[in-house]
Design a protein. Structure first.
Ligand code: GRF
Length: 203
């Protein structure tokens, strides 16, 4: 059973996919903390509906460098979190947050990395005109969406009429990939060798 901490900024549908994976016993774990960086995050209502403790940590309350990340680490460590999931968390994890959880922090990105890193990945893919995009679950490192790739799903977007449609098409695949990777973390370990990631199930 793993103790999961989720960081989110928005509606929290990826967070929900983890909660559902636990309920449906695909994931052997518990979400012990949701941290959001804005009181507007829809993820909060999902936490409330599922009895998950949540914490609002706003940048304005931690103006100095690293202060906000240190507060988040304090929360996650206080909850003895094994795995940190960035699920639509719209901030870069600074070294204060990254170091204590290196190798135990993952992110979901709505494109096939290394294509279209950073913000508005679905719009980047649409504007570029690629026929296939998708989603990537990867370890977090100090770069922007540059960590070793854990899981990817390709999605055909060639007939999408706008970036919104691309987002809608990719989203359910994000949920599946997220669930699968968190489930795997709960039942084994990912071994990182350079840029390659290999999974070892617990026997
Ligand atoms: C997802 O598309 C995620 O990949 C991106 O932001 C979106 C968050 O959606 N980085 P949600 O808050 O999980 O519903």
């Amino acid at each position: 059973m793993i103790r999961i901490g989720v960081l989110a900024s928005g509606r929290g549908s990826n967070f929900q996919s983890i909660v559902d994976g636990i309920k449906e016993k695909e994931i052997d774990g518990e979400v012990v903390a949701l941290v959001v960086d804005t009181p507007e995050a829809g993820a909060i209502e999902r936490a409330q509906a599922n009895g998950i403790p949540y914490f609002i940590v706003e940048k304005k309350d931690y103006p100095g460098k690293g202060g906000m990340d240190r507060r988040i680490v304090e929360i996650l460590k206080g909850k003895k979190v094994d795995l940190v999931v960035l699920a639509g968390y719209m901030r870069i994890a600074g070294k204060e947050l990254l170091e204590p959880f290196r190798g135990r922090m993952i992110n979901i990105h709505p494109a096939l990395l290394p294509s279209f890193p950073g913000l508005d990945a679905q719009k980047q893919a649409f504007d570029y005109g690629v026929r296939v995009s998708g989603c990537t679950v990867h370890f977090v490192d100090e770069g922007t969406d540059t960590g070793p790739v854990i899981e990817q799903t390709a999605v055909y977007i060639g007939d999408c009429k706008d970036a919104h449609e691309v987002s809608e098409r990719i989203l359910p695949f994000e949920h599946k990939a997220m669930r699968k990777v968190v489930a795997n973390f709960s039942k084994g370990k990912y071994v990182v060798e350079g840029r390659k990631v290999r999974y070892e199930a617990r026997l």
